[in-house]
Design a protein around this ligand. Structure first.
Ligand SMILES: Nc1ncnc2c1ncn2[C@@H]1O[C@H](COP(=O)(O)OP(=O)(O)OP(=O)(O)O)[C@@H](O)[C@H]1O
Length: 319
């Protein structure tokens, strides 16, 4: 199945947000990221999806000023990643895949260490840290050494650390990885809350149901941009018709294959699942089945889960 790739919008975020233009990164001979162009709005939770090695971490490292782009530029809350490294650091928060905490230090000491690194005024930063410690269920545990914390507690403390300098743009790499369902829910709720305060959130995740729940729009990358758009539009590109016919549905496959757009057809639980490029193909599918002698019991339009659409994109995308 082929997917039309939505054209990146040329729209500039009104204020804040992220504006990426032609971003590329080369490591020696290897081109890890090529020609990325997209915008993320303030208050938006944006998903950055792609398989292992697709260039997501490299992109995030460029957008947080940790890695210099080979080509292109990006503005993060008005700060250029190529020219404004120092001021950029103040507006971005980054949760990396590894929490990177000092086991011998207490939670409080870990946070204070980070505050010093960011030259934060502790009198304002510590109450903020306490607020988030409470928010993530770590209230009262701040004087315990991190070495004794569970994986989930460490992850939550790492999220608190990401927030102590009150960043406008927050990059979260697999934020709920290793969390139990209740803690994962707490983190998801907090992400939605942070966005509702007008911050921009970029979420890298392989958990597509989480992405579907949290993100309005996603970019699918594999070195380059494979698709960009609202989750519901990407899913629309994965529309299907579930058709129940009398008798053996399999016999109608050849007739469907002769349609000019030759749709992919799956047989699921005695039903035909006919993949559509767009909904205008639906009447032709039904007419074709009736013309081939099918007695049609029901026709139900359905959307495929984001996961299926995503896997198709990776299969079809040229990288
Ligand atoms: N410092 C580096 N030096 C050389 N190559 C690198 C470096 N960092 C990343 N790469 C390469 O760039 C490509 C993209 O890697 P990256 O870590 O950005 O992918 P990713 O999408 O974050 O993957 P994952 O989902 O596994 O975390 C890979 O081929 C990787 O080997």
């Amino acid at each position: 199945m082929t997917h039309s790739l939505p054209v990146p919008s040329a729209e500039v975020p009104p204020q804040g947000g992220i504006r990426v233009r032609g971003l590329a990164k080369r490591f020696g001979e290897r081109l890890a990221v090529e020609g990325l162009t997209f915008d993320v709005r303030p208050g938006e939770v944006f998903g950055l999806l792609g398989p292992n090695g697709a260039g997501k971490t490299t992109t995030v490292r460029m957008l947080t000023g940790l890695l210099r782009p080979s080509e292109g530029d990006a503005e993060v809350w008005g700060h250029s990643v190529t020219r404004d490294g120092e001021s950029l650091r103040k507006v971005v928060g980054l949760l990396t895949e590894q929490p990177g905490l000092y086991d011998r230090l207490t939670a409080r000491e870990n946070l204070r260490f980070f505050m010093k690194l960011h030259e934060l005024d502790e009198a304002t930063a510590w109450p903020r840290a306490l607020h988030y410690l409470e928010r993530f269920g770590l209230g009262g545990r701040e004087n315990e050494a991190c070495g004794g914390f569970s994986k989930g507690m460490r992850q939550k403390l790492a999220i608190v650390r990401t927030l102590v300098h009150d960043p406008r743009v927050i990059f979260l790499d697999e934020p709920t990885s290793g969390l139990d369902p209740e803690s994962a829910r707490t983190v998801r709720d907090a992400v939605a809350e942070l966005a509702s305060e007008g911050r921009t959130i970029v979420l890298c995740s392989h958990n597509l149901s989480e992405v579907e729940r949290l993100c309005e729009r996603v970019a699918v990358v594999r070195r380059r941009l494979l698709a960009l758009g609202p989750v519901r539009e990407l899913r629309r590109s994965g529309q299907a018709l579930d058709v129940r016919v009398e008798g053996d549905a399999e016999v109608f496959r050849p007739a469907l294959a002769r349609l000019p757009f030759a749709p992919n057809v799956l047989l699921e639980g005695g039903r035909l699942r006919v993949m559509l490029a767009d909904e205008s193909q639906a009447p032709e599918v039904v007419a074709c089945l009736v013309g081939a002698g099918a007695r049609v019991h029901s026709v139900v339009p359905s959307q495929r889960p984001l996961e299926e659409v995503y896997l198709d994109l990776l299969k079809d995308g040229v990288a």
